[in-house]
Design a protein around this ligand. Sequence first.
Ligand code: AKG
Ligand code: FE2
Length: 294
Amino acid sequence: MTTIATAPATPSLRAGLELERLGPGFGAIVHGIDLRRPTEVQMEQLRGALVEHKVLFFRGQDLADADQVAFASRLGKPTAGHPVAATAAAHAEIYPIDSTDPEFSFSDEWHTDVTFMQTPPAASVLRAVRLPDTGGDTSWADSQLAYESLSEPVRRLVDGLTAVHDGNREWGAYLRRHGGRGNEWDGRTVTGLTPVEHPVVRVHPVSGRRGLFVNPGFTSHIVGVSDAESRGILDLLYAHLTKPEHTIRHRWAVGDVGVWDNRSTAHYANRDYTQPRVMARVTIRGDRPVGPTT
Ligand SMILES: O=C(O)CCC(=O)C(=O)O
Ligand SMILES: [Fe+2]
C-alpha cells in the first residue's frame, strides 16, 4: 500500500482566519468574517493574508458605501476615490465604477491602480453593487510569481530598469473635458498628469519579494533604451505577467468584496457584458515604489 502525501485540505486556518485558496499561486476566499465589524486581531491577520495571498475575496458582505469606507479605514488610510475622476457625492473615498455613467471607461486593459502617480495605492477594496446576469468577471495577475518565473538573465536585466508611467494615456481626455481640473491625490488637487518614473521591479515594502511593476494600462516606456527595445521588453514582460498560470479570475456575486495588494498584482475587468454593471472602489494610501538595490 502506498501513502500519498496530500496538500493540506482547504479551507485552511491562517492564524484564525479561514482561507480557501484559489490555486497554488495566489488568491483566497476568506470565510467567517463580517467586514462591518472585524476585530483588531482579524484586521491584523487580514493585513498579513493580503501580503501573502495578494487577492482576498469576501462573499455576501452587503456593505453600504459607508461600511466599505469604514472597513478600508481599518485596513489603512483611504485615499481620495480617484486622482482624476469624480467620486461619490456623499463619500469622497468611493470611486464609483458604473457602466451606465456616460463617462465610464472600461478597464479592459491589464493595469495596476494609479501607477501614474508617484504614490500608487497599496491596496484596493472593490465591491460588487449591480451585476449583469452573466459576464463582468475580473482577473488578477501575480507580478511576484511572474518575476520569479523569469529566467535569471532576464531578471537581472529588468532589475536595473526604470519605466515611465503616464496617466494621460487613460485620463488625459477626461481631464481636458473637465477644464484641466481633476480630483485629489496626496492632499493636492490634480490639475495635470506629469509622467512619473518607477522601478520596473518593485521590492515589496512588507515581504521584500520582488515583482514586475509595469503595466500596459499606464506604463509608456522604459527609460534609457531605444523605442524598439522598450516595446520589445515591455511586450515580453506583459505576455509573461498575464500567462494563465500567473492569473486568477473572479465571478462576482452582488455583495462580494475583493481586496488586492496593488503592490504585487495587476488586474483586468472582462468586457463581455451588455447589461449594467456597477462596482464601488476604495483605495488605500501606498508608498513610493522602491526597486532592488543590488
Ligand atoms: O470593474 C472591475 O472589475 C475592476 C475595475 C478596476 O480596474 C478597479 O476597480 O480598479
Ligand atoms: Fe483597476
